[in-house]
Design a protein around this ligand. Structure first.
Ligand SMILES: [Fe+2]
Ligand SMILES: [Fe+2]
Length: 294
């Protein structure tokens, strides 16, 4: 097991959809959270999408770029890729892997925006993808290898960069979520998540058990703590528990929740601010176009 030499994560987009209320109504009107996401009648024009770029130097000294998630609306994702210059990286074959953290629409349906630029890339998906999801991958024209990440096992995709798939039933009939753990030399472990549906404490507990004795240097991505700001005492209790982990930096966004980051700051947790650009709702957390150097 090597250690990565450097790590930066660029938020390409953390905005999953434009209007929260519309998205929740779409789900409710289609039967609720137990409905198959492929049966939900999504309101046209509301979709955006989540995608992030890991830019690391791995343990062998090779520069590695891993695109984590591919967003939702294809036109939106095309614009984001262009704005951030990732279209050129894709076209030149400089993206070493594309990972889909989990099958949810906002992390996965934008795949054709990538394959239309270059269909040959290594695609990492968590085990448990549905047949409909696999059909979407085929229909995108993707021609590279599809590697299925086994649940409950750390897989070192590049020296010091690990994929770990949590076995977990998630709403809208999606199963399992892949996260990344980067073992960063001289600093500690950094996690990169799409939504963190398995929960922040499970994410951090797993980091501790996979990398015993290493500090928890940083957390990047969606943490799914209170995405719609409906705060309860249970959330307070969770924040209280998070204080015990000593995470060096929280660069959280997407489904973490705006009230959540305020409460995290009040509790003394180190939360990174952003620039509030390109559709991100606030500058209180890392947003679209922002780069985090770990
Ligand atoms: Fe999400
Ligand atoms: Fe999700």
């Amino acid at each position: 097991m090597g250690e990565a030499k450097s790590l930066r994560v660029k938020c390409l987009s953390e905005v999953a959809w434009k209007d929260d209320a519309r998205m929740r109504l779409d789900i409710r009107e289609s039967g609720g959270l137990e409905t198959d996401q492929y049966e939900v009648k999504w309101t046209p024009g509301n979709a955006a999408g989540v995608l992030n770029l890991i830019d690391a130097v791995d343990g062998d000294g090779n520069e590695r770029k891993v695109l984590v998630d591919v967003g939702w609306d294809v036109n939106y994702v095309e614009e984001v890729l262009k704005r951030e210059g990732v279209d050129v990286l894709l076209a030149e074959g400089k993206i070493d892997a594309v990972a889909i953290t989990h099958e949810h629409v906002d992390h996965f349906f934008g795949l054709p925006a990538l394959t239309s630029i270059n269909p040959d890339f290594l695609l990492l998906i968590p085990a448990g993808f549905t047949e409909k999801g696999r059909e979407r991958i085929r229909a995108s024209g993707h021609r590279g290898e599809v590697r299925e990440m086994p649940p409950g096992e750390a897989v070192e995709i590049f020296p010091g960069i690990f994929s770990y798939t949590f076995p977990k039933k998630i709403f809208l009939r999606v199963q399992n979520e892949q996260v990344f753990y980067v073992d960063l030399a001289g600093k500690g472990v950094v996690t990169v998540t799409g939504c963190c549906h398995p929960g922040i404490l499970d994410l951090l507990d797993r980091a501790r058990s996979l990398f015993p004795g290493k500090p928890l240097h940083g957390v990047y991505g969606g943490l799914h703590i209170c995405p719609f700001d409906e705060w309860t005492e249970e959330h307070d209790a969770l924040i209280e528990k998070m204080k015990g982990y000593g995470v060096g930096l929280y660069a959280c966004n997407h489904c973490t929740g705006t009230v959540t980051v305020r409460k995290m700051r009040e509790a003394g947790l180190p939360v990174l601010s952003g620039s509030g650009r390109f559709g991100s709702k606030t500058d209180e957390y890392v947003g679209c176009g922002d780069v985090v150097e770990f």
